[in-house]
Design a protein around this ligand. Sequence first.
Ligand code: UDP
Length: 570
Amino acid sequence: EIAAFRTDLSVLLDQVGGGKESLSFMKRRIRRLAQQWATAANHLVAKLGQRWRDQKKILIHVGFLTEESGDVFSPKVLKGGPLGEMVQWADILTALHVLGHNLKISMSVKELQGFLGVPPGRGSCPLTGPLPFDLIYTDYHGLQQMKQHMGLSLKKHKCHIRVIDTFGTEPAYNHEEYATLHGYRTNWGYWNLNARQYMTMFPHTPDNSFMGFVSEELNETEKRSIQQNKVNNMAVVYGKEASMWKQGKDSFLEILHKYMEVHGTVYYETQRPPEVPAFVKNHGLLPQHELQQLLRKAKLFIGFGFPYEGPAPLEAIANGCIFLQPKFQPPHSSLNHEFFRGKPTSREVFSQHPYAEEYIGRPYVMTVDYNNSLEFDSAIKEIMRTKVEPYLPYEYTCEGMLERVHAYLQNQDFCVLEPPFIPANFSRRGSASGSRVIRPLFVPLPNSTALGWASNMTAPTAWPPLSSLRLLVSQEGQSCVEACQSAGFICEPAHFHFINNKEALLEVQCEVVDSEINHILPAFSVMRRECSLQREPLLFSCAGHSPKYRRLCPCRDFLRGQVALCRDCI
Ligand code: UDP
């Protein structure tokens, strides 16, 4: 059946149900952004034209909101607890609904069992028949619950699962046996999924798919009125929980206060939280739309280093603020910071909000060393002088999110076998020195007979298409994430399959080629002049790096403002 765009959200609102504060928060958000979604849907309809879109049967099981997982979030909605996840789930639900798919929403194990058609009760009672859904969106809590209640059949159906995973999961952590043997075992990983089945909040881990969320968009009239009403010396602090204001903030808050009026939205019950200095005008935790109003007046939104990678800085920049945030030197990671400890990633975070730093940057985002009071002082002065317009990257608009989710739904399929290896036309010229694009490589899709496919078989098509592939050899110790980025591309894990072969490695002139199981492969050992190919496709990893190895990297082009998609992706 064809999926028809929907602009009426009332059915979705009924499906979300009610009662809990978390659900009310999500429903308020869905209602508030309804008009924006409808406009975006109309734009996308025009952009996509008459293209056929399959309607998918989708189960959405929001594991972290179930009573069975302890639901630690709902009671904190009104108390300054994390809201980013709820923002993202509300937007995912809306995007799938607007794209016209057939949704079932589950927020308890009982509903999950009902939708899957497994008998209620405890213990693992495998689902015997076919899976009644094309896709299941869930999170790590939900996966655990499905394992408990679907038993063995989860394995059989796992290619249909998508895991919403804020901070991302790297391949080395996802592969159960490898993680266990090599010290990558955590409380979360080891599900042996294709790493692209994990969907993140920001495009920080190209091994995973970038799902994202949306922020409020402004029309031209609103933009103009915001710019006219900006209060040049008004700052809002990023931190809705008093604990975020603890320790060591006084020195730079004093500097800030020299120049600006400081506002906060810190949750409190009856008394002003002692962590918040007296000169701060605290509004208490605000409903989302009131926070937007405050941001519209403010010139500066300032981060204290925590929370990491939340939605609020994007909302601030979208409302015409400049975001000031601390640089982390050394970077924070699961090795040295409690918050990241046990998360299935080795990613190093160089500032509070790496997306803001890397993808948005100046003049909207300033990342400075807060321990250097001179640097901090001059940043504040520069901010007060600088005029910016409200800015929102396309990928965080409703249209951008719809376009991306549409592309995933129609093209990502982890149930089919990988397409066969396509021998590429590699150049033998050049040496292995430096990290440069050896030769921008265009790999044409050969016709099916060249691949040994009989004419009555349909040749599998790759997505992202192979036209987007650019082959690159990293420097020693460099990951493919960095190597691709330094050349203006992005690492594309789907393309590993096509470069994991002797032909691709000809360029680096290896004397020996073998194959092993290691997440830094395919790669080239400079000292031994040895090349190794990857034997375990689940371990293809953009993130992997190792001091003595130069990696073979599958990069691709990307659209400005929509990094998840390449030029020929839609
Ligand atoms: N937020 C809010 N009221 C406030 C402060 C924040 O509604 O007083 C909302 C904000 O609009 C954002 C969400 O909380 O969408 C999440 O904010 P944050 O970036 O702090 O991320 P979190 O750590 O909560 O995931």
